[in-house]
Design a protein around this ligand. Structure first.
Ligand code: AVI
Length: 320
């Protein structure tokens, strides 16, 4: 990301729901916080740093898959096409596709961060002169009405990064269904999905040796201190990432290292020693498992591209 503003967020964030969501999540028997709140300015910068850590393979590997296969991925989009990116952020991966799209009618980045859309427009306009960019400031979790003048052209959706893995399968299905509606009729979607693999490699990706993912997770506490007058002592919590084989997901938690009380937005919250706040899920799929989710959302899965080690996959889904 070019600027550390609020992230490119893959997620849907309403400005005023932080306090309500935090108090709700911390009042539950199993404390949890929605992972969309990671992405304030500091969290967005830390996420960018995560993607450069040696253990965090998804970004590096996906860029390789896109670079090696972009021509093939786009072979059905030889006529004039509208490229729609969900949660476009800095649009860095999109540049790989744009470099191969000779007959693009328009590029429609969709994001809830105005600054991310502005930065992306500036960079892409400098690199691709004459590119028709129709940015949409919107929450992509609901079907979105694209500008009516784009109606005549087929839509190619793009949702890289395995952000789909941050949603529980029922939500992931809902999200894919909303994307199908946004891209209809004749829609097609290219989506990145992280794959099941050796547990040690998975856990290392979410617990890097430089402690960047730990800082990213702990920044949630710092954000509550800054924005909600909370009194979290960041030394009194530690980052934990585990792989839960039954669910097929990485879970990130913040673990209270002692019995303690913390004030958050005027309310006292008690933490027992070793009690955790569940902050993120990152589901890992087999190709077949992801196909089932895509089909449940009304998509027909076609081709799949992977790297040589089968770490990550890029899927082509078409609306039947
Ligand atoms: C944004 N999302 C796809 C990342 C992931 O891998 O689930 C977020 C992340 N959390 C910790 N590291 C990266």
């Amino acid at each position: 990301m070019s600027k550390a503003t609020e992230r490119s967020a893959p997620f849907l964030q309403q400005a005023d729901d932080f306090a309500v969501s935090v108090l709700d999540g911390l009042s539950r028997p199993k404390k949890s916080l929605p992972c969309r709140f990671f992405y304030d300015a500091k969290g967005s910068a830390l996420f960018e740093e995560i993607t450069r850590q040696p253990e965090y393979y998804p970004t590096r590997v996906e860029v390789g898959i896109l670079t090696d296969n972009a021509m093939q991925m786009l072979d059905g989009a030889l006529g004039e096409t509208v490229l729609v990116e969900f949660g476009s952020g800095s649009s860095v991966k999109t540049e790989i596709l744009l470099g191969h799209m000779r007959r693009l009618h328009a590029y429609v980045p969709i994001d809830i961060s105005e600054s991310a859309l502005t930065d992306a427009r500036e960079r892409l306009t400098a690199r691709f002169s004459g590119l028709n960019i129709q940015a949409l400031l919107a929450d992509f979790s609901h079907p979105i009405k694209l500008p009516p003048e784009l109606a005549p052209w087929p839509k190619l959706g793009f949702f890289p990064g395995s952000t789909i893995g941050n949603f529980v399968p029922a939500e992931a299905t809902r999200l894919l269904r909303a994307m199908r509606e946004t891209l209809s009729p004749r829609g097609k979607l290219i989506i990145g999905v992280d794959l099941k693999k050796d547990v040690r490699q998975l856990v290392a990706a979410y617990d890097d040796a430089n402690g960047v993912t730990a800082a990213f997770n702990l920044n949630l506490l710092a954000r509550m201190n800054r924005e909600l007058d909370a009194t979290f002592d960041l030394q009194a919590f530690r980052h934990a990432a585990t792989y839960e084989p039954f669910e097929g997901r990485i879970e990130m938690h913040l673990v209270s290292v002692k019995d303690q009380d913390v004030w958050v937005a005027g309310r006292k919250i008690h933490f027992r020693a070793a009690e955790t706040i569940h902050t993120e899920n990152a589901y890992k799929y087999t190709i077949e498992e992801f196909h089932l989710i895509a089909q449940a959302a009304g998509w027909a899965p076609l081709r799949v591209w992977k790297d040589d080690l089968s770490l990550f996959s890029e899927h082509e889904l078409v609306a039947p």
